[in-house]
Design a binder for this molecule. Structure first.
Ligand code: MG
Length: 170
């Protein structure tokens, strides 16, 4: 097994859609960012990259790359899961906490889990999404933005052409 941790934060911005966990949520403001600014999916990408010891999301998907401007973070998550598969790992489970005061995401969590599972190629039962406030403290508490933290566990995914991580090429 491998485990990784990820964290991200984005500030609110007018004139932007709010996309969280691959789901567009009706809200007067969205999040600023080069991509769709899906802070939850970015934290999950970093958790997977961390488990692979492959650096961070900025190294793989730089925010100066014009080709990635406005890209769906679900696509970034799909590409990240492919990096794991190509190295002989599959995502065993992910768990994440979104830190925000508003909006309430509870009603959207089932759709988020489904979107994340689709991008990862795993079952929804392997995807946890939770939310918390910070009781008014800090930048999330003041409603300046949204943060997310995630962990990912990867398991070996042996196949005919890929005998599994570390043993490859032995
Ligand atoms: Mg980000």
């Amino acid at each position: 097994m491998r485990v990784g941790i990820g964290f991200d934060a984005h500030r609110f911005a007018r004139g932007r859609r709010l996309v969280l966990g691959g789901v567009e949520i009706p809200h007067p403001v969205g999040l600023a960012g080069h991509s769709d600014a899906d802070v939850l999916l970015h934290a999950i990408c970093d958790a997977i990259l961390g488990a692979l010891a492959l650096g961070d999301i900025g190294a793989h998907f730089p925010d100066r790359d014009p080709a990635l401007r406005g890209i769906s973070s679900a696509e970034l998550l799909r590409r990240t899961a492919r990096l794991a598969r190509d190295r002989g790992w599959r995502v065993a489970n992910v768990d994440a906490t979104v830190i925000l005061e508003e909006p309430k995401i509870g009603p959207h969590v089932p759709a988020m889990r489904a979107a994340i599972a689709r991008a990862l190629g795993c079952g929804e039962e392997a995807v946890g999404v939770k939310a918390t406030t910070t009781e008014g403290m800090g930048f999330c508490g003041r409603g300046e933005g949204i943060a997310a933290a995630a962990v990912a566990a990867l398991a070996e995914a042996p196949s005919a052409d890929s005998p599994g991580p570390e043993r490859r090429g032995a």
